[in-house]
Design a protein around this ligand. Structure first.
Ligand SMILES: O=C(O)CCC(=O)C(=O)O
Ligand SMILES: [Fe+2]
Length: 307
């Protein structure tokens, strides 16, 4: 089994005249992937590899600074949005069975005027690059959510309408740039990114190199090979609840590199969340999961993963 590949050209960000027939064809392909494995590799989305390289590049300049220069941006230091900011290595614990992850990250979760952004010469484009990549990811997410609603025979705008506040502090959508430093000393069972599923509706992933693995329904992890120019998209927990388990929020992880391999790794994940106040109820009318607001669900998950 491998991750299914879907050509998204007909509804790419540069395409204005998609036909109903093309949308239904895409819907059928996405539905199959999201039911069978919960992951899909989209080609020709309109987001170019140059854009991805640009954000990976400016992010690595940020991460490679001494911790002292990153501390002013640490997560939880911005009162308007406690999820925004820098997360040092070994802070986030995604699995109860493992030590905290060997990764560092920067969460872009707010554009509130009180947010401080890096301003040094080397990082003067940091804010602009992060803001524009966030917007690109948001636009693509809206297109994907539309196709997903169609694929389930729902009102095509039902998911889009639940995500109108992306980019404000009333919505938890977060773009996270990840940096996995060279591996030196390792605790027992520690890995780069522990087994977990994501919390929101969908996640867009841009990998700088291989490393991500995905759990299949048959119970084994397979590589999500990095294909330059593509966007990997996965179902997250709230979408699994919303669809009463038709779409699956698959577990995934990043293992350690082979012993002695000094290579770092980078990726960018765009975690799409519904607006905080949106109540997620099973769209098939069942009560397989009790209703919960998107805001309460994410708050619960953050309490578990950041002690
Ligand atoms: O680094 C990656 O490729 C994915 C990271 C991830 O799954 C996450 O941060 O939720
Ligand atoms: Fe993830």
């Amino acid at each position: 089994m491998s991750i299914p590949v879907v050509d998204f050209r007909a509804y790419s960000l540069t395409e204005k005249d998609v036909t109903e027939e093309q949308l239904h064809e895409l819907a059928a392909q996405l539905k199959k992937a999201f039911v069978e494995i919960g992951f899909v590799l989209l080609m020709n989305t309109g987001i170019s590899q140059e854009e991805v390289d640009q954000i990976l590049d400016i992010s690595s300049k940020f991460f490679l600074q001494p911790d002292e220069l990153k501390k002013p941006f640490i997560r939880q230091s911005f009162p308007n949005n406690l999820n925004h900011g820098w997360v040092p290595v070994e802070t986030e614990k995604l699995s109860p069975n493992r030590p905290a992850d060997l990764k560092e990250s920067f969460n872009t979760a707010s554009f509130h005027p009180d947010i401080k952004w890096p301003t040094s010469d080397a990082l003067k484009c940091f804010r602009e690059i992060h803001t524009s990549f966030y917007q690109r990811c948001k636009e693509l997410s809206m297109r994907v959510l539309r196709v997903m609603a169609l694929s389930l025979g729902l009102d095509p705008d039902v998911f889009v309408r639940a995500h109108l506040l992306i980019g404000t502090d009333e919505n938890a959508t977060t773009m996270r740039s990840l940096y996995y430093p060279p591996v030196k000393t390792v605790k027992e069972n520690q890995i780069r990114c522990s087994e977990h599923s994501d919390y929101g509706t969908i996640t867009l992933v841009f990998q700088g190199s291989d490393g991500l693995e995905v759990l299949t329904r048959s119970g084994n992890y397979i590589p999500a090979t990095n294909v330059p120019g593509s966007v990997l998209i996965n179902i997250a927990d709230l979408m699994q609840r919303w669809t009463a388990d038709r779409f699956i929020s698959a577990s995934h992880r990043v293992l350690l590199p082979p012993t002695g391999d000094p290579r770092t790794r980078q990726s960018v994940a765009f975690f799409v969340h519904p607006d905080d106040e949106v109540l997620i109820t099973c769209c098939d009318g069942s009560n397989k999961y009790p209703p919960i607001t998107a805001g309460d669900y994410v708050a619960q998950k953050f309490n578990q993963s950041y002690d």
